[in-house]
Design a protein around this ligand. Structure first.
Ligand code: 7TS
Length: 404
């Protein structure tokens, strides 16, 4: 069970007024708010153990290194990776996907195919397009239907021995669709393709089990799981991480450097060049621990309640259409009101204290599919309440009246 009063007390930012109204923060898909334990852990790191890692014999450096590696182990346990060296610290989801796409440049040739879906965030489209431009490989798209679900029959038809990589999201940021990734991974593996899962929107809502999913890569961002910005995780199966070349060259990723030849450090350091975001890596572990204390089962039940409640209330507004009506959805509602630009509604509800995102949500192909400029997106977290949804729905009604 979620003890909502206790949880809200953990998030000081929620207890404030914006534009003279109590803040209602429904932009969790963009970034999540941070609990006090996370804010305190950042301060504690810089006050007590700040030092560079993996290099000093001095005590502070060892303390910082230990804390960084403890965090890596906590993340390994959280996603159920087989080895801790399969957990690479990155700057975020975008960085992780670029790391993998860049590595595949060494493995692909003309005539090969890279598959993405129509539901992807630009972060899981553009790096693959860049890869295709470099290698002559072809980008193939898994189509979607009017509910915002992927068409798995078409997916199967598109699969062939030419497909080397399949990159899909676990949950769509623009529509909230939860994709059947286990099935997708199984089918892709039958033709020998590697599968990267963009878990940016899934990680805040569920605990991914990378061994059960059998994915080859799983990327997510710290800032969406109540952690700091500028830190993220790329899980990669050991065999794939060994096959891919390093992404960046520099300190800490080498075994030995001479002007003739450099040999690389073992995993995970091969992919962690330079001084990393040390505080971020350590505190991401704190954030993951916090979410596990709240409990992902509790989060799932509570967020489903919020989603059902908000869906029902919003659909009572005449002329309102929800985009993304898949049976399996995360707590995201994308919608428009007939004849009104989403930006105008977003601006008015902001004046009433409600933070939502408007626009194409970095998923322009989805907007093109529905032939719309964008949507209003409310994305809920476990610290939101039904009372906040009531305030939001009233704000939308008021905006509609003003703009009609
Ligand atoms: N993939 C998905 C599915 C996302 O939702 C996002 C960010 C990214 C990748 C990129 O993550 P980053 O942390 O590297 O930037 N999504 C959003 C959003 O929906 N609103 O703001 C950012």
């Amino acid at each position: 069970m979620i003890d909502i009063q206790k949880i809200r007390a953990d998030f000081p930012i929620l207890n404030q007024q914006v534009n003279g109204k109590p803040l209602v923060y429904f932009d969790n898909g963009a970034t999540a708010q941070k609990p006090l334990v996370v804010i305190d852990a950042i301060e504690k790191y810089y006050k007590e153990i700040n030092a560079n890692i993996h290099r000093g014999v001095h005590t502070l450096s060892q303390l910082a290194t230990d804390a960084y590696e403890v965090s890596r182990n906590a993340i390994q346990k959280h996603v159920n990776a087989k080895h801790n060296h399969e957990i690479i610290f990155t700057a975020g989801t975008t960085f992780g996907i670029n790391l993998v796409a860049n590595g595949f440049a060494a493995l692909l040739k003309e005539g090969d195919e890279v598959m993405v879906s129509h539901l992807e965030h630009h972060s899981n489209i553009v790096p693959w397009q860049l890869l295709c431009e470099r290698t002559g490989a072809k980008l193939v798209v898994i189509p979607m239907n009017d509910k915002g679900e992927l068409n798995l029959e078409e997916f199967e038809k598109l699969l062939s021995d030419n497909v080397k990589v399949v990159a899909v999201n676990h949950i769509s940021n623009a529509l909230g669709t939860v994709n059947p990734i286990k099935e997708i991974i199984k089918k892709a593996h039958k033709v020998g393709a590697a599968v990267l899962i963009d878990g940016a929107q899934a990680a805040p809502h569920l605990k991914p089990d990378v061994q059960d999913l059998d994915c080859d890569f799983y990327a997510f961002s710290g800032h969406k799981v109540c952690g700091p910005t500028g830190i993220g995780v790329l899980y990669g199966k050991e065999e794939w991480l060994r096959k891919l070349p390093p992404y960046q060259g520099g300190g800490e990723m080498i075994a030995e450097v001479t002007f003739e030849k450099t040999t690389y450090a073992d995993l995970p350091h091969k992919f962690e060049a330079g001084t990393p975001n040390i505080a971020g890596g350590i505190v991401l572990g704190t954030a993951i621990d916090y979410l596990n204390e709240v409990g992902f089962d509790n989060i799932a039940v509570y967020e489903q309640e919020l989603l059902d409640y908000a869906t029902e209330k919003l659909l009572q507004i005449e002329g309102l259409r929800i985009y993304g009506t898949s049976e399996h959805k995360a707590s995201v509602i994308s919608f428009n009101i007939e004849g009104i630009h989403p930006y105008d509604i977003g601006t008015i509800v902001d004046k009433l204290g409600v933070a939502v995102r408007t626009g194409h949500h970095c998923a322009q192909p989805i907007m093109q599919y529905f032939n719309i400029p964008g949507t209003i997106r409310a994305s809920f977290a476990f610290y939101n309440t039904k009372e906040e949804i009531d305030i939001f729905v009233e704000a939308v009604k008021k905006a509609k009246t003003m703009l009609s």
